[in-house]
Design a protein around this ligand. Structure first.
Ligand SMILES: Nc1nc2c(ncn2[C@@H]2O[C@H](COP(=O)(O)OP(=O)(O)OP(=O)(O)O)[C@@H](O)[C@H]2O)c(=O)[nH]1
Length: 368
């Protein structure tokens, strides 16, 4: 078999300049969550509510009971998607049997009819893999951008899903979905007591110290909480700084659990040294904890101060992919320049990561 060509990395910014002026990219929100958590209920709610938004919704058919199930499957390059339906409230909808990328490509032929895309993944999907497709596919990346990842958690069974043991110590899907989320909707609160709800909330928070958590029944949420999160681009530059300031390192709540680690290191750093630090962590995987276990970073966010750059730089990472992008927020003359990183993953030891960071960024490399 021939090797796959190396995909071209594209910036994840919200809007891009071209010779003909700014090109409006369409935001995509990934809706993920374990089997039966309430993803389809959320999307059906959005599809039937009056909200004056033109949203294209891609429903995944894998689970049972997709309310808009139709059998007009058309085979397109191995992926199956169904016809686009135009709904009374202006939304467009189709259901897919795969990861939905082909459906998005097909949808782009209907440009002008929608302003937003919501993509439901299967309950067992790794949202990081889906997110990566938008990140690495330059053709897709020129039309759309990833706005955020929303995970629906079942209040009744969420804890059980989060503690499920996978063979060979693999991270279970439910934990991964929580780790990668920019917004968590704990759904089905009608089925649990306040005490049970507290336990789920605490577990979710112990994994992801950054995420916003909403609690609902029948997946009813204010759409403004779901859309335009700008979780991956510099449009969130100002608020990201504020948000990062509030993130705390979390304590493992579950055995061998994913946690959030955050730290602040003052000063300017060289871009090449920052790249080295991130690559050691994400690619080489040669940063280990006290017991010799590899630190497994699933999500990385940060705002850093790069030598020679007048503006704050945002760091974004999902699995092995990462990106540095200068924001529109300039460092003020009298402002103390700092580097704040938030890492979500397994076997993370804050003190060791901090030491490695300091050692790497302080090291003199190259000529500059
Ligand atoms: N009691 C209760 N049931 C709910 C709530 N939200 C959704 N359900 C029900 O839970 C079941 C699963 O909901 P779905 O929206 O299909 O869940 P899903 O995440 O899309 O499921 P998959 O597609 O199978 O992964 C359905 O029967 C819903 O009617 C809720 O808040 N409370």
């Amino acid at each position: 078999m021939e090797d796959e060509p190396c995909p071209e990395l594209v910036p994840i910014g919200g809007a891009e300049q071209s010779d003909a002026g700014p090109v409006r990219k369409i935001p995509v929100t990934i809706i993920t969550g374990y089997l039966g958590a309430g993803k389809t209920t959320l999307l059906n709610y959005i599809l039937t509510e009056q909200h004056n938004k033109r949203i294209a919704v891609i429903l995944n058919e894998f689970g049972e009971g997709s309310a808009l199930e139709k059998s007009l499957a058309i085979s397109q390059g191995g992926e199956l998607y169904e016809e686009w339906l135009e709904l009374r409230n202006g939304c467009l909808c189709c259901s897919v049997k795969d990861n939905g990328v082909k459906a998005i490509e097909n949808l782009m032929q209907r440009r002008g009819k929608f302003d937003y895309i919501l993509l439901e993944t299967t309950g067992l999907a790794d949202p990081g893999a889906v997110a990566s497709m938008f990140w690495v596919d330059s053709e897709l990346g020129s039309d759309i951008y990833l706005d955020g990842i929303v995970s629906v958690v079942d209040a009744k069974h969420g804890l059980q899903h989060l503690t499920e043991e996978k063979p060979e110590g693999l991270i279970n899907e439910a934990s991964r979905q929580v780790a990668l989320a920019d917004l968590i909707i704990i759904n089905k609160t009608d089925l649990v007591s306040e005490e049970e709800l507290n336990k789920v909330r605490t577990s979710v928070r112990s994994i992801n110290g950054f995420v916003k958590i909403l609690e609902t029944q029948r997946s009813r949420v204010d759409l403004s909480n779901v859309l335009d999160l700008h979780a991956f681009d510099s449009l969130s530059g100002v608020s990201l700084q504020k948000k990062l300031e509030h993130v705390k390192t979390t304590q493992a709540h579950l055995d061998k659990a994913i946690i959030t680690v955050t730290f602040d290191i003052p000063g300017n750093i060289k871009e090449e040294n920052l790249n080295l630090f991130i690559q050691n962590l994400l690619w080489e995987k040669n940063v280990k904890d006290k017991t010799g276990c590899t630190m497994d970073v699933i999500r990385l966010k940060g705002l850093v101060s790069i030598q020679g750059k007048s503006h704050q730089v945002i760091v974004q990472g999902v699995h092995e992919l990462y990106d540095l992008e200068e924001t529109s927020v300039a460092w003020k003359e009298d402002e103390k320049r700092t580097n704040r990183l938030v890492l979500i993953g397994r076997n993370l030891d804050k003190e060791i990561i901090k030491e490695v960071f300091i050692a790497t960024v302080r090291e003199e490399r190259g000529n500059s």
